[in-house]
Design a protein around this ligand. Structure first.
Ligand SMILES: Cc1cc2nc3c(=O)[nH]c(=O)nc-3n(C[C@H](O)[C@H](O)[C@H](O)COP(=O)(O)OP(=O)(O)OC[C@H]3O[C@@H](n4cnc5c(N)ncnc54)[C@H](O)[C@@H]3O)c2cc1C
Length: 460
């Protein structure tokens, strides 16, 4: 369903006007760069499989981006920004053809000053963490895709991850300090957003600005020990995870609970898990290992894996965070293609009772996976339950039942912002979109609450 906004001749004139900016039109490259991990969802897989851009541009600098944005506005060419293409909801898939803007070359990482770093939006998150660590700092949080994802893609498409147990979700004040954003206008502007204003562009799928630079607050670096703990009962594991989250004296970066039989089926886990065991995966500061073991014993859990980063590197073990967050789903998809997933939030109070009830109600159809995070000072769990997929109607019915029982669902089977992670586009966001993208060319089709676009600009 590729619909081009510009005719062939007009598009060729646009490409010619890009001059010396690197552009790729080879079909295999354009196809590869038009995709992300939308295929996690059987529904998105059907809808997005054939969507393609017409070309991929790789700007070398913000100056290149300003030129590209101006030319897209003048020629009416849709533009979809791309980091590493690890998003799950087709965020980076162009619905109306046009140009992919591959940010990979804007990868500068500045020096750390007072625990703050300024980076190019295309910098890989692994490279940022590696660059700041010798200076005594680390990323406050990262997605489980840290080894491939870019920081710009995480901010525009992600929500939180490893470290959210300490610093909350990305949208909470204080982690993203500033964003430099280019608008898509005939004369593009460069805007610096700070404070709460960064949330205009955070998790907006690149629909209202091209992020070129980011200022992030960091955390003091620690040595994180990777830990696996087995429990015979999932709810006892979840209660332990809650207690660990609330144990303020134990420093941690990750708390994940995965119900049996999922862990026993994960082929690349660096250790064996009994088929009937539920598994907790944690990252615990070396100095907190002793109190962690005491708490685990008090909750009846068994320590089955405990390695330092250097031991894991020698063993070439897959890092345990690559079995958590949305990697849990990926690990299961590797062995069972009939699995899909949901994204849920349980109520702050009584959340684990609801989890228990849902596990019983959907036994054999839903396998629970929880991530523990801190939100507004309180430890809560977010769910990424795995679902044995049958039909779109049954999936919709499950979502309805979850909501009726009191769980919020952020539907990962839609590419429309308001139907997924962002429930509503408010007036401020809509006004910002109208200012930053007056012709409606930035990743069109992803934001329903967008104001009506201006008529196409005429080149006279
Ligand atoms: C296995 C797996 C595990 C995951 N785990 C997590 C997780 O723990 N936490 C989490 O939040 N997400 C997770 N995700 C989703 C995704 O990996 C992350 O959000 C990731 O940070 C996206 O980065 P990216 O560079 O791949 O972005 P892309 O997929 O390339 O882009 C994501 C969105 O951002 C837009 N975008 C990219 N760069 C810019 C820019 N410079 N300016 C404006 N818009 C831009 C794109 O248009 C797109 O809409 C996971 C996905 C997978 C497949």
């Amino acid at each position: 369903m590729v619909q081009k906004n510009s005719d062939k001749g007009g598009f060729d004139a646009f490409l010619a006007a890009l001059g010396d900016i690197p552009v790729e039109t080879a079909a295999n490259i354009v196809k590869q760069k038009s995709r992300d991990f939308f295929w996690y969802s059987p529904i998105l897989k059907q809808q997005l499989e054939d969507c393609r851009a017409d070309a991929v541009a790789t700007p070398r600098s913000e100056a290149d981006i300003l030129r590209i944005a101006a030319l897209c506005a003048r020629h009416g060419v849709p533009l979809t920004v791309r980091g590493a293409g690890t998003g799950n909801y087709g965020q980076a898939v162009p619905l109306q053809g046009g140009l992919i803007l591959d940010m990979i070359a804007l990868d500068a990482v500045g020096p750390v000053r007072d625990g703050i770093v300024r980076v190019g939006a295309g910098a890989k998150m692994r490279d940022i963490d590696d660059a700041v660590r010798p200076q005594g700092w680390e990323l406050r949080m990262f997605p489980s895709t840290i080894r491939t994802a870019t920081i710009g893609g995480f901010i525009a498409g992600g929500s939180g991850g490893v470290g959210s147990i300490n610093y909350g979700m990305l949208s909470q004040r204080g982690t993203i300090l500033g964003l430099r954003v280019v608008t898509l206008e005939v004369e593009p502007q460069v805007i610096e957003l700070r404070g709460e204003a960064v949330n205009q562009v955070h998790h907006a799928y690149g629909t209202n600005g091209i992020i070129t630079e980011i200022e992030m607050a960091l955390a003091p670096a620690q040595t994180w020990i990777e830990v696996g703990a087995a429990f015979g009962d999932f709810i006892r594991l979840a209660e332990f995870c809650q207690a660990l989250g609330e144990a303020d004296g134990i420093a941690k970066k990750l708390i994940t609970a995965i119900a049996a039989p999922i862990p026993g089926r994960m082929r690349t886990l660096p250790f064996r898990v009994p088929s009937d065991a539920s598994l907790g995966l944690m990252m615990i500061a070396a100095a907190s290992l002793e109190p962690f073991r005491d708490l685990l014993a008090a909750h009846g859990g068994e320590l089955i894996y405990c390695v330092s980063p250097s031991e894991a590197a020698v063993a070439r073990a897959t890092p345990i965070y690559e079995f958590t967050w949305n990697h849990t789903t990926l690990q299961m998809l590797k062995v069972d293609r009939e699995i899909t997933y949901l994204q849920t939030a349980f109520p702050d109070s009584g959340g684990l009772d609801l989890v228990d009830a849902l596990c019983r109600e959907f036994a054999g159809e839903i396998f629970m996976h929880l991530e523990f995070v801190r939100v507004n000072g309180q430890v809560v769990c977010r769910g990424l339950p795995l679902v044995r997929y049958t039909t779109p109607d049954r999936l919709a019915q499950i979502i309805k039942i979850f909501e009726a029982r009191g769980s919020a669902v952020f539907n990962p089977h839609t590419f429309v912002l308001e139907d997924g992670g962002r429930k509503q586009t408010d007036e401020k966001q809509s006004a910002f979109k109208g200012m930053a993208d007056p012709f409606g060319l930035l990743n069109p089709g992803k934001m329903r609450g967008a104001p009506p676009p201006l008529p196409p600009y005429r080149i006279d």
